[in-house]
Design a protein around this ligand. Structure first.
Ligand SMILES: NC(=O)c1ccc[n+]([C@@H]2O[C@H](COP(=O)([O-])OP(=O)(O)OC[C@H]3O[C@@H](n4cnc5c(N)ncnc54)[C@H](OP(=O)(O)O)[C@@H]3O)[C@@H](O)[C@H]2O)c1
Length: 268
């Protein structure tokens, strides 16, 4: 079954104008999906859209948006009204290295918005349509820096833990509904960060390499560490098979709890 048939007409790539995000757009367009390309800079997005149209013959839609703003969901709903979004890649994420006491609180809250808040908002919103259609795909970008609390990238690391935990939970919950979900955990990747590093540098992957590897595992695993060198370094601390079993055990336990004691309530 082709991607459009399996997942839907359109893909939405949050942070898709270049680097790894651009490679996700290429991969999905190669599979025949139309693509909504987003980012903060209109010129880069327009270039990406024209390239996708000419290379792959798909339709595109450009959406200039700052995923750190608080009204992201309203903007996305307006821009995608009438489009069947069958695939979400939430790629954008902000990383930098610094001592914790030197961090600026306003930027850290902005980082939370980009890395976590908007990812939650878009995943939840698009999952509703996917659930109605009983098909869809979601890829959330995490990082090997999310596997363990990592010095110098402390707040980024915590957001990346959120990203893979959310993807694991959704994998356990949504696969029965026809929706494939996976977290991708790259290590050092040439993209908006490390843009000057030459391809082929040991310890680095290109965005396209990460994406190609990710799509081999998509639909099978809840999470995937990109790059053999990263799997050699940190794979033992992130045993995918054990985590899969743990997700299933948690699912069974929570279903039993809900059946016996109810679901609890969201109270403000
Ligand atoms: N690169 C690495 O070494 C590495 C390692 C591990 C994990 N990751 C994860 O992989 C993902 C991609 O990171 P990357 O550094 O490789 O970037 P990238 O994919 O090369 O580029 C980031 C994309 O996101 C857009 N973007 C950035 N900030 C945005 C914002 N506030 N609102 C809307 N769009 C925004 C950029 O466009 P504009 O600039 O025009 O907004 C661009 O299209 C991130 O989630 C990152 O945490 C990266």
């Amino acid at each position: 079954m082709g991607f459009r048939e399996k997942y839907g007409e359109w893909a939405f790539v949050a942070g898709g104008s270049e680097g790894m995000g651009g490679a996700f757009c290429d991969r999905l367009a190669k599979e025949g999906m139309h693509v909504v390309v987003t980012g903060r800079h209109g010129d880069k997005i327009e270039n990406k859209c024209r390239q996708l149209e000419s290379d792959f013959g798909v339709q595109t839609k450009a959406l200039v948006i700052d995923l750190g703003e608080l009204d992201v969901l309203d903007q996305v709903k307006a821009a995608t009204d009438g489009l069947e979004i069958g695939f979400l890649v939430y790629n954008a994420g902000l990383a930098s290295m610094s001592l914790f006491p030197d961090r600026d609180i306003d930027f850290e809250l902005y980082r939370l918005n980009v890395n976590v808040r908007s990812q939650l908002a878009l995943s939840l919103w698009f999952s509703k349509g996917m659930n109605e259609r009983k098909k869809g795909g979601i890829i959330l970008l995490s990082s090997v820096g999310g596997i363990v609390g990592s010095p110098y990238i402390q707040t980024y690391s915590a957001t990346k833990a959120y990203n893979f935990t959310l993807a694991e939970a959704l994998w356990g919950e949504l696969s029965d509904l026809g929706i494939d979900v996976m977290a991708v955990l790259p290590g050092n990747t040439i993209g908006q960060n490390f843009s000057e590093v030459p391809a082929g540098t040991p310890g680095f992957q290109t965005g396209a390499e990460v994406v190609e590897e990710a799509f081999v595992h998509f639909g099978k695993e809840p999470a995937f560490i990109a790059g053999q060198h990263n799997r050699d370094l940190l794979g033992n601390m992130f045993p995918i098979e054990m985590r899969k079993q743990a997700i299933v055990l948690m699912k069974q336990q929570l279903e039993a709890t809900m059946a016996q004691f109810g679901t609890g309530e969201d109270k403000r």
